[in-house]
Design a protein around this ligand. Structure first.
Ligand code: SF4
Length: 219
């Protein structure tokens, strides 16, 4: 069984994803919500590739190989889609601490000011525990933190997604401050966050760190 990726014949096995097949031969496909230790959520669409014969671009992190499939990971259609995703993200959130995304943007010649007149997603910075802060002005809603807190790593379920559409956000249940949730401060959410939205305060918790009631107001 094999596929053709960017002109290369790649041996594959049943059930392998396009992302895995490409990585076998050193072809790097950009990704955002994908993390090797988490269940692929396939929500960011940055890893889309062109599959000859398919009407739409497909997400490489979940699309399974088929024998003889011909895949393009760097076609102009693919690059345009990724570029637009990055430009839209930059219009709503602060990507200044997301080095991988900024590198992809530079590589694709993305204009991060293209939608500069668009509405920003703005939040207070939640500093409600001694260990880490939550700055959702930098959150791209990849949901890695929710997965790490849930079934993929810690099984504590302190985090969830609340709201709809533009008003979606990562949240705690009933918007509770983190110390009032099931959070055990394991740090897994901070470790998987790709944008600096979750930041550890340092190796030792400060006894002076304020524990604030950070309940956000409803949009
Ligand atoms: S806080 Fe970080 S890990 Fe969680 S959804 Fe936002 S960007 Fe992703």
């Amino acid at each position: 069984m094999h596929v053709i990726i960017d002109g290369q014949r790649v041996p594959v096995t049943e059930g392998m994803t396009i992302l895995e097949a490409a990585e076998q031969v050193g072809i790097h496909i950009p990704r955002l919500c994908y993390h090797q230790s988490l269940t692929p959520a396939a929500i960011c669409r940055l890893c889309v590739v062109e599959w000859e014969g398919a009407r739409t671009l497909v997400p490489a992190c979940v699309a399974r190989v088929q024998d003889g499939a011909v895949i393009h990971t760097e076609s102009e259609r693919v690059r345009r889609a990724r570029r637009t995703i990055l430009e839209l993200l930059a219009s709503t959130v602060d990507l200044s601490e997301a080095p991988d995304l900024l590198a992809y943007a530079a590589e694709l010649n993305a204009d991060l000011d293209r939608f500069a007149d668009g509405a920003r997603r703005e939040f207070p910075v939640y500093d409600d525990n001694p260990f880490y802060i939550r700055d959702y002005n930098k959150c791209v809603l990849c949901q890695r933190c929710v997965q790490a807190c849930g079934n993929d790593m810690q099984f504590t379920y302190a985090l969830t997604v609340s709201g709809r559409g533009f008003y979606s956000r990562i949240d705690t249940f009933y918007h509770a401050p983190m110390p009032e949730t099931t959070c055990v401060f394991c740090g897994n959410c901070v470790a998987v966050c790709p944008t600096g939205a979750l930041k550890e305060k340092g190796p030792f918790p400060s006894p002076q760190s304020p524990v604030l009631d950070a309940r956000p107001s409803e949009p």
